[in-house]
Write a protein that binds this ligand. Sequence first.
Ligand code: IMO
Ligand code: MG
Length: 428
Amino acid sequence: MAIIVIVGGQWGDEGKGRIIDLLAEKAKVVARFSGGDNAGHTVINPYGEFRLHLVPSGIFYPQVTCIIGSNVAINPAVLLEEMDDLENHGVDISRLFISDRAHLIMPYHTLLDGLEEERRGKGAIGTTLRGIGPVFADKVARLGIRAGDLLDKGVLLNRLKSVLELKNTILTKVYQVSPLSLEEIYQQHCHYGEQLAPLIRETSSLIGEAATKGEPVLLEGAQGALLDPDFGTYPYVTSSSPLAAAGCIGAGLGPRQIDRVVGIFKTYNTRVGAGPMPTELKDEIGDLIRNRAHEYGATTGRPRRCGWFDAVAGRFSVQINGLSDIALTHLDIYDGFPSIKICTAYKFNDEVLTSFPSDIAILEKCQPVYEELDGWQESISGIRNFEKLPTGARNYMSQLEDLLSCPISLVSVGPDRRQIILVKDFFS
Ligand code: IMO
Ligand code: MG
């Protein structure tokens, strides 16, 4: 019945993995639609604790077909390692498929990501160094190698030969580093191809068939709206679109087929890497949030920048994603806070801005305008019913709903699969 797109509403790390792990219980297909192994989707369930970088977070349910879609950049070594780890934990991965159209992150992509960051010096983006920028640049420049190319060694060799010649010229002439060996990369990828061949196929038909039958499908986004190359804080963004509209492209569906768009928001804001973040707290409250919520990157281990909820950015995210629902995560992190702030506008020179600026030179100078709410003193991690939440927590949620003009349908009050308050049934 329902095709639901699930996206990050902020700068990534909102808890997409845990929400998808929860909703996937009723799904038939879960498809990752963007990013690559820059994503780190944390899932804690009876199988253990996982940080999924490429495998869709629906993998833990036997009835779910999991698809890595065409707009996901795949590093085969990372994928194989992740598959091994899941199998070692007793997870059945026999329903995992990879789009033959998905582009591969090659050794020169990761190498160039690091070299480009070094070249940027002080202006470094703080990328995850996974080769994301270079792989998506190659996709658009028509220089990519796709998962399907692994199925034919002759095709792979020809493609690699011509691309590597160019990459080696750039590596040696521009960056003055050693060239990469064609033979080594070719052999390595023949080996990956042999291992991954059973998974590689045309995948849009799998999703299309499920859609036609009315089976529940979840489209799993990566990163967050504010890292979108068009609408995010350019150039401090990622290189594939994390927005709901990209869910259609990554899955091979049209916009009319989407029933719901769920935006995941953390109760506060975080950001990893460089770029403006108006509500960042460089004080003990920021440290308290970071320590309580273990706000360290799932992919790189970097400490995340933490701050109060930014409702200006949040409203923008609701708009550009066309959200129908919000899933609010980590509400319990505010337990015991005497008061809680929400940024409702920005002050820029003498102006008050209520919409998110497109120019980071402006955003960098924006001062948050805060509204302060009473907190709550009790622990909410054991609560499973919205009505039982303390008044402070309900008021906070209702204020967010008003500011963002979007209903909160689900709240997480702890990291475990069951620590959830479901306000609405997502598949009804
Ligand atoms: P999930 O799916 C948080 C950030 C990086 C950097 C910028 C560009 O776990 O929410 P890239 O390696 O993509 O070229 O880096 O984007 N970034 C993320 N931040 N969560 C993510 O994914 C991210 N993926 C990329 O930190 O600032
Ligand atoms: Mg992350």
